[in-house]
Design a protein around this ligand. Structure first.
Ligand code: NAD
Length: 467
């Protein structure tokens, strides 16, 4: 079907309010028609999405390169391949997930069968950020479709080339009454948020997360908020420092640090700080060569506003590695900042760029206290070979998810629900967790009719005496 609701590409041109209203109404009517209840219909749609993603691979790679020079390899592994893997997992399992789940009985209900019945909510709104502009709208969409919902997708206006490809891809693949893209920026998102949806899935900043949750409260719409924050990486004195440096540099400088789960800052045991910084220098040199500006594997900063914000952080503390920058191409080299304190601007907000400030600690308790004194981060990474210390960090620190002796890789396993806690988010998704999130899990008791013990009915007489 041709999607007539794809609004125009230019971020300057916001979606027409009437078109948004009509679209929501049409999806609502389509959902009410029961078309999405059949799981084989859902599988057919997911299969079409898989084929569409494959056939738009080159367009997507080119669009992300145009938007912020995202390296093709990263676009494939962190966006296209990531979405394909999720689709394959869901296609394989959705029939099983969609079956009513039988739970045990209680004698008090005898005779009965009890089960949990998954039912789609209806029309979902999915709002995405720019930093992984494809997977952060398509992965929630996969969950929404698998669970039998209709969906409106609003990609970020800050990646206009990718947003346009997503709009085309969806329009070529789906009946707009099932899935449609609405492009635009803040005014468009506000139009959308003023409508009544049955589910809202938002990925973006904590600040906008609050706006979304307020709008959702108006209609008591359930929300998932995938937000950000300052995710620490803690390195203990007994860690394998060469390995830690490579794994930290990989997680930090991929996508030029514009990753929600990138290590934001380093908390390192003071005795190994200098050696770790030297190891980071080696890792950065191995990854991006002597001149990261000329590396094909290093992305650019998304826009001038973020470039200005990030380059001002270079005045905080002391640059130990990197520091080169160029406004014209919005390039900031992989940078390590030493002599940083919590008072510096770089430690006030989520960095979201290729700058790694280094703080130190003496005893692990102190590192734990420093992290817990702040908002709960989306991710936490701990490098250590001491099992007891690993346990202390897992038990005592609040964070959405993370790794011991690695960065980012908790996202790679779709069996691990992904999400934040506190200011870093509400709810979690991926794989089966996405299916469950987009389903109302109805609890149902199916009572037998062949027996009806009168014990619960009045008049109660002196039954209390027998309890
Ligand atoms: P953002 O919050 O500025 O924008 C996200 C979306 O909200 C965009 O589609 C935008 O059009 C819309 N929006 C912006 N301002 C709005 C407003 N006032 N009212 C209504 N809608 C509005 O986020 P961003 O800059 O695109 O992304 C970066 C942030 O996202 C970082 O904080 C990062 O940590 C977070 N993030 C989180 C995850 C996660 O999975 N938890 C993933 C990626 C990014």
């Amino acid at each position: 079907a041709t999607n007539t609701f794809v609004t125009k590409v230019s971020p300057a041109r916001e979606a027409d309010l009437q078109a948004v209203l009509d679209l929501v109404q049409q999806q609502r009517a389509f959902f009410a028609g029961g078309h999405t209840l059949d799981v084989s219909f859902r599988k057919g749609q997911l299969q079409k999405l898989l084929e569409a993603v494959r056939s738009h691979e080159q367009e997507l790679i080119d669009a992300m390169y145009a938007d912020f020079r995202k390296p093709a390899f990263e676009t494939y592994t962190t966006e296209i391949g990531f979405v394909e893997k999720e689709l394959q997992l869901v296609l394989k399992n959705v029939v099983r997930w969609a079956r009513p789940k039988s739970v045990g009985e209680t004698l008090l209900n005898f005779p009965a069968r009890s089960y949990i019945y998954s039912q789609p909510y209806g029309v979902a709104l999915i709002i995405g950020p720019w930093n992984y502009p494809l997977q952060l709208v398509l992965n929630p969409l996969i969950g929404a479709l698998a669970a039998g919902n209709c969906a409106i997708v609003k990609p970020s206006e800050l990646t206009p080339a990718t947003s346009a490809v997503i709009a085309r891809l969806i329009a070529r693949t789906f009946d707009p009454r099932l899935v449609a893209v609405v492009e635009g920026g803040v005014p468009t998102t506000q139009h959308l948020l003023a409508q009544r949806f049955d589910y809202i899935f938002f990925t973006g900043s904590t600040q906008v997360g609050r706006v979304v949750m307020k709008a959702a409260a108006e209609h008591l719409t359930p929300v998932t908020l995938e937000l950000g924050g300052k995710s620490p990486v803690i390195v203990a004195e007994d860690a394998d420092l060469g390995l830690a440096a490579r794994r930290i540099a990989w997680g930090k400088f991929m996508n030029a640090g514009q990753t929600c789960v990138a290590p934001d800052y380093l908390l390192v045991q003071e005795q190994v700080k200098d050696e770790l910084i030297e190891r980071l220098r080696i890792a950065i040199q191995e990854f991006y060569g002597d001149s990261p500006r000329h590396s094909p594997d290093f992305a650019r900063i998304i826009n001038d506003r973020h470039y200005q914000r990030l380059s001002s952080y270079l005045q905080d503390g002391m640059v130990r590695i990197g520091g080169q920058h160029d406004a014209e191409s919005r390039f900031i080299a992989p940078t390590v900042l030493d002599q940083v304190s919590w008072q510096h601007p770089v430690m006030q907000d989520e960095i979201f760029g290729p700058i790694l400030p280094v703080l130190t600690y003496t005893h692990l308790d102190e590192a734990i206290r420093q992290v817990n004194a702040r908002e709960k981060p989306l991710a936490l990474y701990f490098f250590s070979s001491d099992k007891w210390e690993q346990q202390q960090v897992l038990e005592q620190v609040h964070f959405g998810g993370g790794c011991i002796n690695d960065t980012i890789s908790h996202l790679i396993n779709p069996r691990l629900p992904f999400g934040g806690v506190g200011e870093s988010g509400v709810g979690s998704y991926h794989g089966q967790a996405s299916f469950e999130l987009f389903s109302n899990q109805k609890s149902v008791v199916h009572r037998g009719t062949w027996l009806d013990l009168p014990l619960r009915y009045p008049p109660y007489g002196n039954r209390l005496a027998f309890i």
